[in-house]
Write a protein that binds this ligand. Structure first.
Ligand SMILES: Cc1cc2nc3c(=O)[nH]c(=O)nc-3n(C[C@H](O)[C@H](O)[C@H](O)COP(=O)(O)OP(=O)(O)OC[C@H]3O[C@@H](n4cnc5c(N)ncnc54)[C@H](O)[C@@H]3O)c2cc1C
Length: 461
């Protein structure tokens, strides 16, 4: 028998926490499901409980997020369901036609289901995977992956790290690595510094209003300077070389010896679940990917399904928190727990905050736009690394102009990541602005054969 809740939230990051806290205030029964064992999301990815880490995620920029995380952890009315991956979601309206949902979860204990009257998807974003010659050598990471090791496992996964890409978050990650005692050989931006300054100068008011974000980047630069880490602009990564693992990165015509590379070209929303249930999506912007459409209450186009945080577009943690709060208020109103006037009152401040953060996010998108800087691929560069599909298998099919057609012909996108990594590259190669991308299917996350057999048996019985 499935556990039943008023609201199920998928994602225990800043957006999911903010929504759950709001809903619990009005007496809703709320379950928050996350594949991570502990809440926090990407930005506050927590170490295991057995680790005693002094000064974890210290600093003013994390203070508000940490305070929300503490309130979330201490709220007895929120049912935390960590260590569970959501494999699928389905509509399950009640006999009166009121919306309802079934959420299929997988954990070490097997498959489980929860039922809820409303569902909030707040699954965040992931690094944009950028193929280039050599990118599948051991020692190549998405920059966010390097950071995840640092934040949650306290591991620096290499002796000599080079970060390369277009997104300023690589400055912060490089600074975190050197502060943790690691060695960063260089941070390489593909775009020229002048272009980044021009983007900032085109929106001086927004840049000034969000001076806090600029200060974070400036502090990271100071740390890198202190540790003599060179930061180069106009230095496009061309290839990564090595026999059995990374030995060097070639960028700007020069060879940078290293054993670890972090690629940082931006982030794309995690969109599998809203797409699976038929929510309308939009092009997520410069880095690619799909963002869920929503109204001013964060309602998606599927009745009863709400979306918040980076599932709706990548805009940073404070914007995710604000969106989560609006969704919490919106759901409470939808369930009849508060009236419209109260809902408007409760959402007003969060809406204003979110608008400001979205303006800054658009500026950040402009100055980190990866599109002019994607490295050239060789014929044998793998586009889909799960199913070993090289560029040469895709080129003869580009006239099909459909991601699903290429998937059927080559298995590109059929592997363990279910296309999360190769889809943006494939869509770029196909160049068809009307292509909706891969059809998103159950399971959204890797599942065991036993889990699949269990689900199949329950579906057919
Ligand atoms: C690797 C990485 C590192 C980042 N580091 C920083 C940083 O240092 N500074 C910064 O300002 N921003 C960073 N960001 C951006 C940051 O993630 C966001 O701004 C913020 O965390 C977004 O909050 P959110 O609640 O929307 O999503 P998230 O914080 O990403 O939370 C989403 C949660 O959903 C869970 N989830 C996703 N899919 C499923 C599923 N199918 N089943 C169960 N659970 C699921 C995830 O485990 C995650 O905990 C990073 C992003 C990434 C991807």
């Amino acid at each position: 028998m499935a556990e039943r809740f008023d609201v199920a939230v998928v994602g225990g990051g800043p957006a999911g926490q903010a929504a759950a806290l709001r809903l619990a205030e009005w007496g809703a029964s709320v379950a928050v499901v996350d594949e991570q064992p502990r809440p926090g999301g990407q930005i506050l990815r927590q170490p295991p409980t057995a680790f005693a880490v002094r000064g974890w995620m210290a600093g003013r920029s994390y203070a508000e997020l940490r305070s929300q995380l503490e309130r979330f952890g201490a709220d007895p009315d929120i049912a935390w369901r960590g260590g569970r991956s959501v494999l699928g979601i389905a509509r399950q309206p009640d006999s009166g036609g009121e919306p309802g949902f079934a959420v299929t979860l997988s954990s070490a204990e097997g498959v489980d289901r929860i039922a809820a009257r409303r569902l909030l998807i707040a699954t965040g974003c992931q690094d944009l995977a950028v193929p280039l010659p050599g990118w599948t050598l051991p020692g190549v990471y998405a920059a966010g992956g390097l950071q995840a090791f640092l934040k949650s496992q306290r591991i620096i996964p290499g002796e000599r790290v080079v970060l390369a890409g277009t997104h300023p978050l690589q400055l912060v990650i490089a600074a975190q690595i050197v502060e943790a005692g690691g060695a960063v050989e260089a941070v390489l931006f593909a775009q020229p510094r002048a272009g980044m300054i021009a983007a900032m100068a085109s929106a001086p008011t927004i840049a000034l209003r969000h001076a806090g974000n600029m200060l974070i980047a400036a502090a990271a630069m100071r740390t890198l300077l202190r540790h003599r880490v060179p930061v180069h602009f106009g230095t496009l990564v061309e290839r990564i070389v090595g026999e059995d693992r990374v030995e060097a990165l070639v960028a700007g015509g020069r060879r940078w010896a290293c054993d670890t590379v972090g690629l940082c070209f931006g982030f794309v929303p995690q969109s599998a679940l809203p797409r699976m249930i038929g929510a309308e999506m939009r092009d997520a912007g410069a880095a690619g990917g799909w963002a869920a459409l929503h109204d001013r209450w964060m309602r998606s186009t599927v009745p009863g399904l709400f979306v918040a945080g980076e599932t709706t577009g990548v805009a940073g943690a404070p914007a995710a928190m604000a969106a989560g709060e609006i969704a919490g208020v919106g759901i409470a109103h939808d369930l009849g727990m508060i009236d419209e006037a109260a809902a408007e009152r409760h959402a007003a401040a969060a809406r204003a905050r979110r608008e400001g953060h979205l303006r800054f996010a658009r500026l950040l998108d402009r100055l980190s736009d990866p599109r002019p800087w994607f490295p050239a691929l060789d014929a044998d560069t793998l586009v889909c690394r799960c199913e070993d599909v090289p560029l040469s298998s895709i080129v003869p099919l580009v006239d099909a102009r459909s991601a699903n057609a290429v998937k059927l012909a080559t298995r590109c996108g059929m592997g363990a990541c279910q296309g999360r990594n190769c889809e943006p590259t494939l869509l770029r190669l196909l160049g068809n602005p009307d292509d909706p991308g891969f059809a998103s299917r159950f399971p959204a996350r890797p599942a065991t054969i036993a889990d699949l057999a269990y689900v199949a048996a329950r579906t057919t019985n």
